[in-house]
Design a binder for this molecule. Sequence first.
Ligand code: NAD
Length: 296
Amino acid sequence: MATIGFIGLGNMGGPMAANLVKAGHQVQGFDLSEDAKGKLAEAGGTACGSAVEAIAGAEVVVTMLPAGRHVEGVYLGEDGLIAAAKAGTLFIDSSTIDVATARKVAVAAEAAGMAMVDAPVSGGVGGATAGTLTFMVGGPDAAFAAAQPCLDVMGKTIVHAGGAGNGQAAKICNNMILGISMIGVSEAFVLAEKLGLDHQKLFDIASTASGQCWSLTTYCPVPGPVPTSPANRDYQAGFTADMMLKDLKLAQDAANASGANTPLGAEAAQIYGLFSGEGSGSVDFSGIVRFLRGKG
Ligand code: NAD
């Protein structure tokens, strides 16, 4: 069993760290929030006074932070994790951040003789709690192999997407598909309503025809056809519109930096920006159907 430093014990990091404790690892955690640290202690981990204290003696360090600037701040610089870690430490950053920052931090880690993978997740708080997350992993083969046992404890599906930053690339490409397809499915239901076509009829036909996709068949944005979708509980999140907006913005930043042409991704980011701007950021992202309906 390993000693694991865990930085960022929020909605996702908290239950992920608890699963590492349950698997028998010694988990030393740090978060800016006392409440989050308290929950780790309750779960059987050790709450520490700083990030550097949390990684003392650790073979593996997991970070689960809000955005690229937090990851850069925690890893780099004289007081950062890379400077403080013991030689050969394995870093796993599971935050969803921009590809450029992920690659910058990975280069710094490698230069200091450390191994690093970016390993963003999908599966939400439910998946984090159940230990069934999907990890999309970027980094060298050896670092991926070293990270796998730890990721296996926190997730069910672990995919090696290529070199440093490719985990983040996979995550934002997938979520760009998801954002665009959710708007597409929602627009189809809004049009069906205007044309007098019943929701269930459209679902029955499209879900077995070429309009079939996850946004329709698993996460249907209107109540009825898929009883487990958030539409049946007044669009209580699930995955919030603000989280979708964050990932769509990351995709647009990456598209602009790399010269990729993603007009529908740009439009989806605009639409979710307007939805969030009218105060719906904490609504499930499938609630976009209500916004589209409102546009008359
Ligand atoms: P969260 O805000 O609940 O947790 C982030 C934690 O990081 C907070 O507890 C905060 O106090 C802590 N933190 C911030 N700066 C810190 C620092 N310098 N040192 C120590 N701790 C610090 O967010 P979350 O929902 O747990 O999400 C974490 C990451 O996972 C994000 O990048 C998010 O996009 C991604 N993600 C979230 C979900 C989800 O459903 N919540 C799903 C997939 C991916």
